[in-house]
Ligand binder design. Structure first.
Ligand code: ADP
Ligand code: MG
Length: 581
């Protein structure tokens, strides 16, 4: 008995809709993408009750004639590709011809559309995939699609919808993506009759980001620019230390398409290595552009993911662009400290204590060449010239931990512990890259037997471990001899140490380079070595610390991504003191 049967068109559409249209935000995504493909300059989105009760997308794009308005509701009807070859070079956001019929099969659907020159437009009403009415209509040129009672005929799916607020948030996120990807299109969102945002056409991405997220964030963004090679990376990323607890502000576009890409996600993480705290995600508005033939966009039902022909190349380009951008950011602060102090503003005086510390531990001074008098610490205003630009003045140390400085903008605080960690980290890394970390012989070499898996890992990474100053040698099956250690680890118990290294690096190292392995190890050990929070530093040491810090590649955060310095502007102080509102 034959059992195979063809599904009815409506049912086939509903099955397809199951993949394409998961929730109200997917409807918004598909409709807005269609508007963008139709060359709209302005797109208005209106939703009610999280989009479950109503979604209406109105655009001023090219519109459709009557035939197209009917045809576009058939499955696999598209104006965007014709042949399989087109699929390899697709430049539009849509290409499957699946969205409209899918949406129309799971909602009450109304389409009105008019071409610019046409005298009259077309209106089509559909319920659950069945055309109910076709008539003349459509006032303004462009297209308007209304989707009501989403999933009214698929109770199972409707049950999976979240609260109205959650669905609204998803819709907003979807629109953020589209708005960031297309600053040259005006967008507006109205939720339950209230305007959520109204974005004018902007000339630059920076302006669009400002309109959406505010100027405070924009001030902390760095522009990414990379060469004109086969693969271009551009956009904006947060400065080192600017982070979020989720990926919600990690916007990534490949050839203009907003996507979620594990490859690029990993590259961002790698690029921000040591510039972000654990569990934090960077803020990015990143655009990757490459030959369309190098990307397969046809791999995900909602076109949310892509496949790269050369993922390693993409990863490398993104990591390099991020590193370069983050490192370019250090120059401005470094300048400030390079400039020599003018003679009448002595930088530091190694003799005089500033904090009311006990005398035996006198540590921090201010004015040079004069005996200790309180007046020198707070000289009257006339004697204190305003600080020239590009100049720091060390004021003292707070709570044995924070170095206080002033510059032209206001107050600068440096966490001396974090600063020292960063300096040490970069120094050890440099040494490791160059000639290897020096190693100190152990009085008694240790023979250590390891579990087979761990032994295999050590064998694979032997060269790297040696470069890091760990003198390990094979000494039989699954057995190793540890003969020397880097000096800063000399206090450790060798057997435990080796196991620690294995445990903490094994998982981290699967995908990454030997260099990264070394970095991880250094980051995990420098902490112990760095100045303890309450170590009292003498003035010249503080000065050296600051200078060394500003020479670092990423001076703004410690190897674990915590900030090393904070600027509090005069403006902020004025606000706090109520001088300014
Ligand atoms: P796809 O976008 O993959 O082509 P859709 O089902 O989303 O498939 O749309 C089918 C077709 O309907 C599109 O190819 C396009 O020609 C037309 N269309 C859809 N939305 C609009 C719109 N807002 N303006 C003009 N034409 C549209
Ligand atoms: Mg489409």
């Amino acid at each position: 008995m034959s059992r195979v049967r063809l599904l009815s068109d409506t049912l086939a559409s509903q099955v397809a809709a199951g993949e394409v249209i998961e929730r109200p935000a997917s409807v918004v995504k598909e409709l807005v993408e269609n508007s963008i493909d139709a060359e709209a300059r302005s797109i208005e989105v209106m939703i009610r009750r999280g989009g479950i009760s109503l979604i209406r997308v109105t655009d001023d794009g090219v519109g459709m004639d009557r035939d197209d308005a009917l045809l576009c509701l058939e499955r696999h009807a598209t104006s965007k590709i014709r042949t399989a070859a087109d699929l390899a070079t697709v430049a539009t956001l849509g290409f499957r011809g699946e969205a409209l019929p899918s949406i129309a099969s799971v909602a009450r659907f109304r389409l009105t559309t008019r071409e610019k020159e046409a005298v009259v437009g077309t209106e089509v009403l559909i319920s659950g995939g069945k055309i109910e009415t076709v008539r003349d209509g459509g006032e303004a040129p462009g297209t308007q699609i209304e989707v009501r009672s989403l999933f009214y005929n698929l109770p199972a799916r409707r049950k999976f919808l979240r609260s109205e607020n959650t669905e609204t948030r998803n819709i907003e996120h979807q629109l953020y993506l589209q708005a960031i990807g297309h600053p040259d299109i005006a967008f507006s969102l109205v939720r339950d009759e209230r305007v959520v945002f109204q974005l004018p056409v902007t000339k630059t991405l920076r302006d669009r980001i400002r309109d959406l997220m505010g100027s405070e964030l924009v001030a902390r963004l760095l522009e990414v620019e990379s060469g004109k090679g086969r693969l271009r990376v551009s956009g904006f990323i947060g400065q080192a230390g600017v982070s979020r607890a989720s990926r919600a502000q990690q916007f990534v576009f490949v050839n203009g398409r907003a996507i979620e890409s594990p490859v690029i996600g990993a590259a961002l993480k790698e690029g921000y290595h040591t510039a972000l705290m654990k569990g934090q995600f960077p803020v990015t508005f990143l655009f990757v552009e490459l030959d369309p033939a190098e990307v397969d966009v046809n791999v995900h039902p909602a076109k949310r993911e892509v496949r790269f022909r050369d993922p390693a190349g993409v990863r490398e380009a993104v990591v390099a662009a991020i590193r370069r951008t983050l490192e370019s950011d250090r120059s401005s602060w470094r300048e400030q400290f390079r400039a020599p102090a003018p003679p009448d503003i002595p930088f530091v005086n190694p003799e005089q204590p500033l904090a009311p510390a006990d005398d035996s531990q006198a540590t921090f001074p201010v004015t040079a060449g004069q005996p200790t008098v309180t007046d020198d610490r707070f000289p009257p205003n006339e004697e204190r010239r305003p600080l020239p630009e590009h100049q720091f003045r060390i004021l003292g140390i707070l709570n044995k931990l924070y170095v206080l400085m002033e510059n032209a903008e206001g107050l600068v605080l440096v966490d001396q512990h974090a600063a020292h960690e960063r300096i040490l980290f970069e120094e050890l890394r440099r040494r490791m890259e160059e000639q290897g970390v020096p190693s100190q012989r152990l009085l008694l070499p240790q023979v250590i037997e390891l579990a087979p898996r761990d032994a295999e890992w050590i064998e694979r990474n032997l060269a790297t471990l040696q470069k890091m100053g760990l003198g390990v040698e094979e000494f039989g099956r699954h057995t190793f001899k540890l003969e020397s250690l880097p000096p800063f680890l000399s206090g450790a118990e060798p057997g435990r140490l080796l196991q620690d290294v294995i445990d903490s690096l094994k998982s981290a190292s699967n995908s990454s380079s030997p260099l990264r392995l070394g970095e991880d190890m250094i980051a995990k050990t420098v902490c112990r070595h760095a100045v303890k929070a309450n170590d009292l530093l003498r003035a010249p040491e503080v000065e050296k610390l600051i200078r060394d810090l500003l020479e670092c590649e990423l001076p703004y955060c410690c190897p674990h991504g915590r900030p090393t310095m904070i600027q509090i502007s005069l403006g902020e102080l004025e606000k706090k003191f109520g001088r300014k509102v």
